[in-house]
Design a protein around this ligand. Structure first.
Ligand code: GH3
Ligand code: MG
Ligand code: MG
Ligand code: MG
Length: 299
């Protein structure tokens, strides 16, 4: 990751202060500016920077009010905030930390101190993002893992209720995969799982469509805002795409290449479903798909 990949929002009502901070930090991150509190909140929502350097005393809205708005909005709440302020006393400093600031720098500041503190926080943010990314990825296939699925499914069920839409949840299982491992070896089995995961992902087209490895040779796909017809189309295409790739499986009992079976449910906004209930319903339909001959969708 290049240095300018991180974004810092500098908020100060005085132009001279914005300029000094920019000169100190422009080699370290991409800089954007706000010259008052209102603009700070707006740009934080629009750009979701990694870090905000926040003045406190400003004519329209104080930095303390700004941070409250930022911490109360789910879109901006994770942004780190460093106060850079002339309120150089421990009571205001304490208030800054209480409101969720991660650091507090007194004005007038020494250039090297600002740089050192900002770089330390940017490094922490970088590491936090990296940890977060790896904690939610399946190491074998590179798609999301079950931990991420738990988070996304919970959010999508909630969003589905809120937006009064439909949500499709599909459980996908590779057919006769035990035979595949037994004959080609576990290493080849792993490679096949990667290929199936890639094919699943290739068949998702909308930004909120989601896929995860659920465990072993099972995957889950979420299709938000999808009705029965839409979900059926996407999932049948996925099933067909796996077949069309013709990954050889001489020991499958139904084909000479790898196939998958899919059980899927489409839930309404008025159904009160837990994640467990939704996945259990999909699993029942997956069982039907297996029983009815495999290489098929039951929805
Ligand atoms: P079915 O069509 O009924 O789904 O039959 P199946 O053989 O696929 O079903 P079963 O659940 O009996 O077998 C799943 C196999 O998947 C067993 C296990 O060895 C294999 N498997 C699970 N996880 C992995 C993995 O990470 N790598 C490899 N290579 N194989 C795995
Ligand atoms: Mg000011
Ligand atoms: Mg299985
Ligand atoms: Mg299987």
């Amino acid at each position: 990751m290049g240095r300018l990949d991180q974004k810092v929002l500098i908020v100060d009502d005085e132009k001279a202060n914005r300029k000094i901070l920019k000169e100190l930090l422009q080699e370290e991150a991409t800089i954007i500016f706000a010259k008052n509190g209102e603009q700070a909140v707006e740009l934080a929502k629009k750009h979701v920077p990694d870090l905000i350097l926040l003045d406190v005393v400003m004519p329209d809205k104080s930095g303390f009010e700004v941070i409250e708005e930022i911490k109360n909005n789910p879109i901006t709440m994770a942004i780190s905030v460093i106060f850079v302020t002339g309120l150089a006393n421990s009571d205001d400093e304490e208030r800054g930390f209480d409101l969720g600031g991660c650091d507090y720098i007194y004005k007038p500041f020494k250039a090297n101190i600002v740089i050192a503190r900002v770089l330390m926080h940017l490094e922490l943010i970088r590491q936090r993002k990296m940890l977060d990314k790896f904690a939610h990825l399946d190491a074998l296939t590179g798609i999301s893992n079950r931990r991420k699925l738990d988070i996304v499914l919970k959010d999508e069920i909630a969003a589905n209720k809120r937006d009064q839409k439909q949500l499709a949840v599909a459980l996908i299982d590779v057919d006769f995969f035990k035979q595949y491992n037994d004959h080609y070896g576990h290493g080849a089995g792993d490679i096949a799982l990667k290929k199936v995961a890639t094919t699943i992902r290739e068949n998702l087209h909308r930004p909120r469509d989601f896929s995860a490895r659920y465990g072993g040779e099972e995957f889950v796909v979420l299709l938000p805002d999808s009705d029965l017809a839409g979900a059926t189309l996407v999932l049948n295409n996925m099933l067909q795409a796996v077949e069309d790739k013709e990954f050889p499986h001489e020991f499958s009992k139904i084909s000479d290449h790898l196939t998958i079976s899919i059980g899927a449910v489409v839930i309404d906004d008025n159904q009160s479903n837990t994640q467990e209930e939704v996945l259990l319903s999909a699993d029942k339909l997956l069982y039907q798909a297996k029983k009815n001959g495999r290489n098929r969708l039951v929805i």
